[in-house]
Design a protein around this ligand. Sequence first.
Ligand code: ZN
Ligand code: ZN
Length: 283
Amino acid sequence: MEKRKWKNIFPRRKTDRLAVLFVMTELFVEVYFELFIILPQVYPTPSLAMYLHVCFGFYLLFNTLGNMILAIIVDSSTGAEILPAVLQPEWRYCPTCMQNSPPRAVHCFMCEKCVLKREHHCIFIGKCVGIRNHRYYMMTVFYLAVGSLYANFMNIDYALNLLGGFSLKTGLAMIAPILGWIFGVTESMSFFISFQCGTCILSCLMFFTLLVFHTWLIYRGQVTYEWRHGIKDYDVGWKQNFIQVFGKRWYLVWLFPTISSPLPCNGIKYMKKNDKIENVKDM
Ligand SMILES: [Zn+2]
Ligand SMILES: [Zn+2]
């Protein structure tokens, strides 16, 4: 990865920095909660099953944090690219950056940059998801979805036992712990546990929805803007569409964030629907 200035790595806006801080803090609170509150309840004495859960939990944490950090530090802006001075077909002039930007690049007014193949601005990584960090963003969402589902399986028995069995009231206490606390369903002591379990349930729903939606977009060879505007020019078949986002070793990237998987495209020229497959190798 090219060297970047620290100011380019950290989120620019205060709301983005707060959102990143919230996600990171909640991630570590959740690890503490599972390790020191839930796990000793499920496995009161050290056992092989307990150690396997600890190993799997840390594998999930490593992948979540690793992908999230790479999504933050890998820059998808046009900054490092040498762009032509003459406007080319399908290119646009960006008056803010004062440069010609290639197709699929969109200016982000939060990042104050043109972003190559801009997907969207994500406040939880504090920057835009674009051509180079799309893979890491998807893997962060994938591991957050799997991690929160796993945490729900670990929590459910203990939380229901603590709140006195499953009912509308306990459902309310877990999904909206503050309401549960106000209406007296949960004691102050139980509030933290209800809050953590509730966060896991909501996170699971949110991240699986995000994962399904963005996987569907990648399958169709689109970014959100193109989906909204019915642009289907870049759909080159599901497998090539996945390679455009996850790189040539697309089937391995889920294992570790550090696995190298070069992208077939530099963000300047894209393969189009009617292009022949041989042309991709030249890009
Ligand atoms: Zn721009
Ligand atoms: Zn942005």
